[in-house]
Write a protein that binds this ligand. Structure first.
Ligand SMILES: Nc1ncnc2c1ncn2[C@@H]1O[C@H](COP(=O)(O)OP(=O)(O)OP(=O)(O)O)[C@@H](O)[C@H]1O
Ligand SMILES: [Mg+2]
Length: 255
């Protein structure tokens, strides 16, 4: 697997997506091009309906673009592939499976040995801070705990690329900030490439190395902004002049 730090893990060339719905054709995304370096943390922001989920589904190989192409680790992306983990807006857990059984599911489906699956699932339970909750069912978990299970489940393949669609969308502001810091910690330890969709401008600046802003329909790339704030970042950094200036840039681009 290609993981050298200066080669792009993803290249997106002139991407366009048109849908046909009940109202006629709809251009969801238009002429989108960008590269993502391995191990970058990238956030995608944009108004509702601008095509963020569509873009993420394309990057995950779940949807083929109408125009353009995506190159993943040097080869054209033709469909879902193993080096990618996805987390959707709602956790999508199997209600009858416990925390550990949900996390283990992708490996079970692949026929990995029970022993190896169990030991990996246990490691991930600890990583996402759910030790002691292994045998709980989804109905007994808070929204934040369920999202952590979904993140652990996406990590169990040891993916190069983690795609997160509004993973904290349903959480209150404080839990959301805590989960953001948790995700940064996991990213630091595992050195994944992370692409995360969020509506929250301040969250994007706090988490990302780089933020892509998408315009309203048809979704086009309005701004590709580096976030050169030092790491590790702390909550207090949200009030710094540099931080505030970056959030202003983003807001202007989305206006
Ligand atoms: N499978 C589909 N068939 C037809 N139209 C679709 C399909 N998927 C998405 N769309 C349309 O494409 C546009 C972009 O949708 P998408 O879900 O990507 O937006 P989004 O930026 O993720 O929005 P939100 O922030 O509300 O989640 C919308 O107008 C939506 O109605
Ligand atoms: Mg969406």
């Amino acid at each position: 697997m290609n993981s050298s730090s200066d080669s792009p893990i993803l290249e997106v060339h002139n991407l366009g997506v048109a849908f046909l719905n009940g109202q006629g054709p709809l251009q969801a995304l238009e002429e989108i091009s960008f590269n993502i370096q391995a191990r970058q943390f990238v956030c995608i922001v944009g108004p509702s309906g601008s095509g963020k989920s569509t873009l993420l589904r394309i990057l995950g190989g779940l949807l083929s673009p109408t125009n353009g192409e995506v190159i993943f680790n040097g080869s054209p992306l033709k469909g879902p592939r193993q080096g990618v983990g996805m987390v959707f807006q709602n956790a999508n857990l199997m209600p009858w499976r416990t925390v550990i059984e949900n996390i283990a599911l992708p490996l079970e489906v692949q026929g990995v040995s029970v022993q190896e699956t169990q030991s990996l699932a246990k490691e991930l339970v600890t990583l996402v801070g759910l030790s002691g909750f292994e045998d709980w069912l989804p109905r007994d978990l808070s929204g934040g705990m369920a999202q952590r299970v979904a993140i652990a489940r996406a990590l169990i393949h040891d993916p190069d690329l983690l795609l997160l669609d509004e993973p904290f969308g349903a959480l209150d502001a404080l839990t959301r900030e805590r989960m953001g810091s948790e995700l940064l910690r996991i990213w630091r330890v595992h050195r994944k490439t992370v692409i995360m969709v969020t509506h929250n401008i301040s969250e994007a600046v706090f988490l990302a190395d780089r933020v892509l802003a998408i315009s309203p329909q048809p979704g086009q790339l309005r701004l590709d902004m580096e976030v050169n704030l030092p790491r590790p970042r702390q909550d207090i950094d949200r009030y710094s002049a540099d931080f505030v200036a970056l959030t202003h840039n983003l807001r202007d681009a989305l206006r």
